[in-house]
Design a protein around this ligand. Structure first.
Ligand SMILES: C=C(O[C@@H]1C=C(C(=O)O)C=C[C@H]1O)C(=O)O
Length: 96
């Protein structure tokens, strides 16, 4: 168990519940780190695609592709998914 998770307040009323919460928090922290790493990797790839396309005389963006991505997230996660997709896209190509 990481020192961070051991030191944090669990908010639980019983020691057994506190142990369960700490174990789940350990996995939550791993998942959050994966999300951060994947987010940053995706943003770098998106920037490289944009540069490659512009260097070839193409456009910076392809909005039809962006619409498909937003729709995929909306179908999987509902309206919040669409908002997540918009933030992911902005992380790569910057604001519209
Ligand atoms: C990365 C690309 O370039 C831009 C960024 C996109 C993205 O981050 O997914 C999608 C479409 C383009 O506007 C691409 O065309 O695939």
């Amino acid at each position: 168990m990481s020192a961070d998770v051991m030191d944090q307040n669990t908010g639980a009323g019983e020691p057994l519940a506190a142990d369960e919460i700490r174990a789940m928090r350990e996995r939550i922290d791993e998942i959050d780190q994966q999300i951060i790493d994947l987010w940053q990797e995706r943003a770098r790839l998106s920037q490289t695609v944009g540069k490659t396309r512009m260097a070839s005389g193409g456009t910076r963006l392809v909005l039809s592709r962006e619409r498909e991505i937003v729709e995929r997230f909306r179908e999987a996660m509902g309206p919040d998914g669409a908002q997540v997709a918009l933030m992911i896209l902005r992380a790569g190509r910057g604001p519209l």
